[in-house]
Design a protein around this ligand. Structure first.
Ligand SMILES: Cc1ncc(COP(=O)(O)O)c(C=O)c1O
Length: 384
């Protein structure tokens, strides 16, 4: 990525029609739809009408997404499985782990999105023991990982960025603890990807998951699992399907022969329409550049924190920019009412657990934030 790239943010914003109607600050939930992502779906529909079934081209789109994700996270395409959801990727990974040996402990935290807790708790039916580290003042102290990860730990599975308030974890430091204690490390990067550079090799993680709906500008129903090359062949997922086999077209009904690549974590027919949209969304991120995006989001989150502090609103996110990502959350006494009220002013935001989540992307600007805060000041009784 070219860190010196100067972007024309106004021109980029004009490619997202939603801004003609809404003040859209909800990328932690759903990314805004770009013209080229919309067009890509039409291309899929046109291809079906023009050609009928174009299987080769469809499979090619899935491979294009695989390569694009690999480029985004600094991996090889063979280390990336394209899945229908983050949940599907974690389930496939969990199904390949054995909890019968001396290592059966799974370490998670209070920062997890429910799916990355529920799936590991489900493994308790297979002998796993889940330990959840408690949040303390908006952080999970590294010492907690140091204490909890031990010779009985099989895997540490934790979020890079918390979905409730945007707090960011030090993933390389957590991965180092896991490695030192002989445990595996999986990061759920869904709330981070697309907002900052992230290199799985530099971070030292064994597995990473993320999806295309939010800051990656694609759509729902498509996600990925990264698995470190040296580990792939030692893992045999029992959650599987024909697209996970070494030779998909062998149509072999006599045995299980998983692919030698991360494709072994896949299952059935790829989410074809979604691959078109994901490919188009990822292309925008590569075009703009992750360093430039991170800088722009940094300017916008600073503006949000400054406006909140000036008004005396209570931040649920860490103030230090080193400890939060693209989402800034404000504490609310009735977050659902606040989101509904802001919607009446054409402002799209979301909430979780008494927090109003404000999540800009590179396409937002200072005027969006001013508009939001004017509306918040009118509803200050719902803020604490
Ligand atoms: C951090 C995080 N992980 C996982 C998910 C869910 O992923 P999926 O619905 O693709 O399983 C979300 C949000 O939808 C999320 O924010």
């Amino acid at each position: 990525m070219d860190s010196s790239r100067i972007q024309d943010w106004k021109q980029l914003r004009s490619r997202f029609p939603v801004f003609q109607k809404k003040t859209y600050l909800n990328s932690c939930s759903y990314g805004a739809l770009a013209n080229e992502v919309e067009d890509s779906l039409q291309r899929y529909l046109d291809a079906r009408n023009d050609k009928g079934a174009d299987w080769e081209y469809w499979v090619g789109r899935n491979e294009a997404v695989r390569s694009s994700v690999a480029r985004l996270i600094g991996a090889e395409p063979d280390e990336v499985a394209i899945t229908a959801s983050v949940s599907a990727g974690i389930n496939s990974l969990a199904s390949a782990l054995s909890f019968d040996g001396p290592r059966n402990k799974v370490v998670i935290t209070d920062f997890e999105f429910p799916t990355n807790a529920q799936i590991w708790y489900a493994q308790e039916l297979r002998g796993a023991r889940v330990v959840r580290l408690a949040e303390e003042g908006g952080r999970i102290p590294l010492e907690k990982f140091e204490e909890a990860v031990d010779e009985e730990t099989l895997i540490v599975a934790t979020a890079q960025v918390a979905f409730r308030h945007g707090a960011k974890q030090d993933i390389p430091a957590i991965a180092e603890i896991a490695r030192r204690k002989g445990a595996l490390m999986m990061v759920d990067s869904y709330q981070a990807l697309g907002t900052m550079p992230f290199d799985v090799k530099k971070a030292g993680v064994d597995f990473a998951v993320g999806g295309m709906l939010k800051y990656l500008l694609g759509t729902a129903g498509i996600a990925f699992l990264y698995a470190r090359q040296d580990l792939i062949e030692s893992l045999a997922p029992t959650a599987t399907g024909w697209f996970a086999q070494e030779d998909i077209m062998a149509m072999d009904i006599t045995r299980y022969a998983p692919s030698s690549t991360a494709r072994r974590f896949e299952a059935g027919t790829p989410p074809v329409p979604n691959t078109y949209m994901a490919e188009a969304g990822l292309a925008i991120l590569h075009e703009v550049g992750l360093e430039a995006i991170e800088r722009r989001i940094g300017e916008l989150t600073t503006a949000i924190k400054d406006a909140a502090t000036e008004a005396g609103y209570s931040l649920a996110s860490p103030v230090d920019p080193a400890h939060h990502a693209a989402m800034i959350s404000l504490r609310s006494s009735d977050d659902n009412r606040l989101v509904a009220g802001l919607a009446e002013d054409n402002i799209v935001v979301s909430c979780r657990n008494d927090n109003l989540r404000i999540s800009p992307h590179f396409y937002n600007n200072e005027a969006d934030i001013e508009h939001l805060f004017r509306a918040l000041h009118r509803r200050r009784d719902l803020l604490v």
